[in-house]
Design a protein around this ligand. Structure first.
Ligand SMILES: [Zn+2]
Length: 76
């Protein structure tokens, strides 16, 4: 499991470490703190998932995923 989740908001797909209230996506209208250090309002629509990825969030997400991978592999 990755320690973050993708969330479409403000015209881009951001990533966040915030806890999701239920299900597998942030509900529309929820305020979410993103990995690029913004507070955005989630838009859980089908079209929103087609938006471009936020480059700042993408970079942070890769770092988090790599850290999680190393932890699970026992690498320090
Ligand atoms: Zn972002």
């Amino acid at each position: 499991m990755h320690p973050f989740h993708w969330v479409p908001a403000d015209g881009k797909r951001h990533a966040s470490r915030d806890k999701r209230p239920w299900g597998s996506a942030y509900p529309s209208g929820m305020r979410v703190n993103t990995l690029c250090r913004q507070e955005v309002v989630a838009e859980a629509t089908a079209q929103a998932w087609l938006w471009g990825t936020c480059l700042d969030c993408n970079g942070e997400a890769h770092k988090l995923a790599e850290t999680a991978r190393q932890k699970s592999a026992g690498v320090r």
